[in-house]
Each structure stands twice: as C-alpha cells, then as structure tokens.
Write a protein that binds this ligand. Structure first.
Ligand SMILES: *[C@@H]1O[C@H](CO)[C@@H](O)[C@H](O)[C@H]1NC(C)=O
Ligand SMILES: *[C@@H]1O[C@H](CO)[C@@H](O)[C@H](O)[C@H]1NC(C)=O
Length: 444
C-alpha cells in the first residue's frame, strides 16, 4: 500500500518520504524570537482571568478564562464545516468521550504532573516497543497518557487496552481519511488523481503547486496532528482546562526511563533559565544526535521528538491556524518551521538536556509497515542503547544554558513539498481550529 502511495507521488514527495524515515532532518525554525509575543499572550490570559471575581472557584475561573481565550481569533467570514459522519466515525467519536481507564488504580494526578500525548497510525510493532519503554519510565504513573489514533486498527487498539501502568485514554481522529473509503476526507468518486487536469477530465480537486492532486494517505498526517492538537487543548474534558505542559511523543519514539522526570525538571527550569524558550524537548532537533554530553542545558530550535509546551504557546499556534492550514506542505512539522514559528517574530527556542531521553527508532517511511511482514519494520531494540545515566534524572539546576542560534533546515521562505493544495483539505483543517469554539460545525 505504501509503495503504491509513494509511487504516485511527485518526486519531491518521494524524496521526502524517504528522508523522513531517516534523520528527520535538520530543520530550522528560522530566525526569530518571541518573547514579546509570549508576554503579550500571557498578559491576555491574565486579563481574561481578571474578569472573574477573585473569590470564584478555581475551576469556574479556569473555565471562564478558557471561554475568554476562545473568543480570540475566530474569523467571522469563515464557516467551519465537518464531514458527514459514517457509522464507524460516529462510534469512534463516542469512544472519545469515555473517561480514562485505570483511574481507580491511579486516582490522583499530582500537581505538576504532565499529560502525555502519544500519536500513532498503524505500526503495531513500534507501538509495542514504545509502550514497553513507557512502562519503565519513572513517574509515568502520575501522568495521564492520551493515545491519539489516525484511523482505526484493532491491533493498535488492543495494545493500548493492555496498558496498566498509568491512566490512559484513547482518542480516534473521527475525520481521518483512513475512515472514509469512498467519501471526503477519503477519496470520493469523481476526484482528480495525480496530475489530472480538472477541466479536461471533469474531475474535482485543486492541484498543489507541483500539479499533483491530493492523496488521502498523505494528507492524513497533517490532519491528524492538527485535529489532535485542537482536541487535546480545547476539546477534551480531561485536558481543556489543564494549565501545565503537555508532552507529545510519536509511535516510533523510544522513551528513556528518565524522560518524565527530566521533562519536569526542564519545565521547572525554563522560566528562569530560558525565558525566551517556548518549549522543552526530550531530544536534540537533529533526530540522529544523542546530545553533546556537556554539563550544560541547551536551547535550540524546536525539535519534534518529545516536545512539551503549555497553553500560552498553544494559543499562539492556534492563532496561526490560517497559515498552518493553507500552506502547501503536507508535513505538519515542516509547516510549523516554514510558516508558523517564523510568524512569531522571534526565534522559537526549546530547552533540553545535554543527553537525549527519547530516541527516534523508526526506519520505515510514514505509512509503511501496515503489513507486519514488511521488511522495513526493524525490531527497534538494537537502535537504542541505554547507559546507566539515562535511567535517572540527569539534568542539574545549576547548569548554564548554551544557546545554539544558527541551525540548518527548513525555514521561512521554503515553499513546501506540496501535497496540500486541495481547498477541501485546507477548509477541513481550518474547521478543526473552529470546531470547539463555534456552536455546531456539523452538516445539517
Ligand atoms: C464567568 O463569566 C461570567 C460572564 O463573563 C460571569 O458572569 C461569571 O460571574 C463568571 N464566573 C466565575 C465563577 O468567574
Ligand atoms: C507558558 O510557557 C511560556 C513559554 O515558556 C511562558 O512564557 C508562559 O509564561 C507560560 N504560561 C503559563 C501560563 O505558565
């Protein structure tokens, strides 16, 4: 399946898919700094909170603050619309409302805990490894783990149902192209394919900047990430009023035993050590790097392995929904590096330790490995060697911060690899940004 998909792609896409499997590249966030913007955003949060009487219950206050935040940035000229549900998508949407499992065993999530969001597609061997690595993470029992699925795959579901080491909630992107075999966001009859000319073929669709029409398997990546972000921050009861940091990991990220405690340390140190940092990272932005091993914290461009940020940062990202959704690039991370972060007006740094506490082990391109006999599925274990120092918190509060200012990779001015030219994808993406803020964007 993967082979068919990639062979129908523009050469750029193919190159990108291949390279995705390896180092997730040296990517860049461009120039930039953003403290002022951040401060502005948090001041706005503060102002919203001030609307509530001082004596108001904290929860009410939080909910008022959230409502006030939600008023920000909705373009009245845009009418959000979501696809008509299928029986499957509807049943998954109702599962999304189920409370977390294991709540009786782990009844209290302490102050200062992180929520952990693991986003997955369909690589069960990988997921087993990641879950196994998570089971050995010190502190994980304090976290709420949310697993977000792109599509429905029974084996993936089963693996998550077997998790017993923390509270766990599953969510399924109900508008995943994988759930719609014969309608948008899948392929509808009458859709253009490849380099079809819409007027000659009388087919439907807008080609990307390279003349290619949409491919559901390719667009699903960016749709899933954006749906998940909106859902976790603004949709789910368990997280929509959460004030702390949410840590995002992927189905091919091996998580070291010290990852959770290190992430908490970084979150605590960030305001003082690196006020211009937007996030914390569990690994260098160069996905192959293990870290410098220095006695120093490091601030560099945001990476995409184990990144955690708070609601203030989410609001800034959400405010750029239009840029995110209209940029002709099907990778969410390149979209962020090339359009969203540069638009913040200052470099988007992330704070991390000098040794990684998560590692990318996947060798397959995205969307491969559906077939468990697929040769691209390595067992991953050999890829990650843990030293004793990776098993205990290994970040020191008295370390200085080394800032890496100049880095290679994608940045403002990059035109995108395409794959995201269809107006329907752009509108669905924008609708995800509105769906928890307007009354009912479903078709009537
Ligand atoms: C929430 O906001 C509403 C209207 O803005 C206000 O009337 C109400 O008192 C607030 N409630 C609390 C608990 O802050
Ligand atoms: C969230 O993180 C940003 C970036 O580190 C920081 O400026 C902001 O104050 C934080 N917001 C809250 C509410 O803690």
């Amino acid at each position: 399946m993967a082979a068919t998909t990639s062979s129908s792609l523009h050469p750029h896409h193919r190159a990108r898919l291949r390279s995705r499997a390896g180092p997730l590249l040296a990517v860049v966030v461009v120039s930039v700094l953003a403290l002022t913007g951040l401060l502005r955003a948090s001041r706005r949060d503060g102002a919203a909170a001030d609307l509530a009487p001082l004596s108001a219950a904290r929860a009410r206050e939080a909910s008022n603050r959230t409502i006030a935040q939600r008023k920000i940035l909705l373009d009245p000229a845009f009418t959000p619309r979501l696809p008509r549900h299928s029986a499957l998508s509807l049943s998954l949407a109702s599962r999304n409302a189920l409370p977390p499992r294991n709540a009786a065993r782990f009844p209290r999530l302490p102050d200062g805990h992180l929520k952990v969001v693991l986003y997955v597609h369909n690589r069960p061997r990988y997921l087993r490894l990641v879950v196994d690595s998570l089971s050995r993470v010190d502190g994980i029992s304090e976290a709420l783990l949310i697993v977000s699925h792109d599509g429905y795959f029974p084996e993936m579901d089963e693996i998550v149902q077997g998790i017993s080491f923390c509270q766990v909630k599953q969510i399924f992107a109900p508008y995943s192209p994988h759930l719609f075999p014969d309608a948008f966001p899948g392929v509808s009859p009458g859709d253009c394919r490849d380099k079809d000319k819409a007027t000659e073929k009388r087919c439907r669709g807008d080609p990307d900047q390279y003349g290619n029409h949409r491919s559901p398997r390719i667009v699903s990546l960016k749709h899933h990430w954006w749906w998940m972000m909106n859902t976790v921050w603004d949709g789910l009861e368990e997280t929509r009023d959460f004030d702390g940091h949410i840590l995002f990991i992927e189905e091919d990220h091996y998580i070291f035993p010290n990852a959770y405690r290190d992430a908490q340390l970084l979150v605590d140190l960030k305001p003082k050590k690196c006020p211009q940092c937007y996030a914390v990272n569990l690994a260098p932005s160069d996905v192959k790097a293990r870290g410098e091993g220095w006695e120093s914290l490091i601030a560099e461009k945001m990476g995409n392995i184990g990144y955690a940020f708070n609601r203030t940062v989410w609001r800034k990202i959400h405010a750029k929904a239009k840029q995110f959704c209209t940029f002709d690039e099907y990778n969410w991370d390149i979209t962020m590096w090339a359009t969203v972060y540069p638009s913040f007006g200052a470099p988007v740094y992330s704070l991390r330790g000098p040794r990684r506490s998560a590692a990318h082990f996947g060798k397959c391109g995205l969307h491969q490995g559906q077939d468990s006999s697929n040769v691209c599925v390595d067992n991953g274990v050999g890829a990650v060697e843990l030293d004793a120092i990776d098993k205990v918190p290994n970040i020191k509060a008295d370390w200085p911060v080394h800032i890496i200012r100049k880095q290679q990779g994608y940045q403002a001015g990059f035109k995108g690899w395409g794959g995201w030219g269809d107006r329907r994808d752009q509108e669905l993406c924008l609708s995800f940004a509105y769906m928890y803020h307007v009354k009912d964007p479903s078709p009537t």
